[in-house]
Write a protein that binds this ligand. Structure first.
Ligand SMILES: [Ca+2]
Length: 116
């Protein structure tokens, strides 16, 4: 994505899928749901989406409060009181300022993939 090339090769899948379907799709193209290795890198992605008006919510590679890499997000990566429920899947949502929020895994959203 423009301005984020140094963070890796991102791919936005605009098809609406559940979190698991989104992950499967990302894996089918040789990547996975996007994982950011550092808080500062993730906050750059947040800023990228904050400048987008067409995106409402997008799946990302956080499950059960942990990035798929095993990294625990810092509190600054979560929106407000998130994570706040028993929901295991995590998205970036426009009305949360594109910070992390846990939500139901069967919602359908676009997906942010990243190549390894
Ligand atoms: Ca939540």
């Amino acid at each position: 994505m423009e301005g984020l090339e140094d963070l890796g090769c991102f791919y936005e899948d605009f098809s609406l899928r559940t979190w698991s379907q989104g992950r499967s799709y990302c894996q089918s193209i040789g990547g996975d749901l996007a994982v950011l290795d550092a808080s500062a890198d993730f906050l750059r992605v947040v800023d990228y989406y904050a400048a987008q008006t067409a995106v409402s919510s997008i799946w990302i590679g956080v499950y059960n409060t942990v990035w798929l890499s095993g990294r625990t997000p810092s509190s600054s990566e979560w929106y407000g009181s998130e994570p706040n429920g028993s929901d295991l899947c995590v998205d970036l949502r426009n009305n949360y300022g594109f910070l992390l929020g846990d939500t139901g895994c069967t919602s359908i959203k676009m997906s942010l993939c990243k190549a390894p």
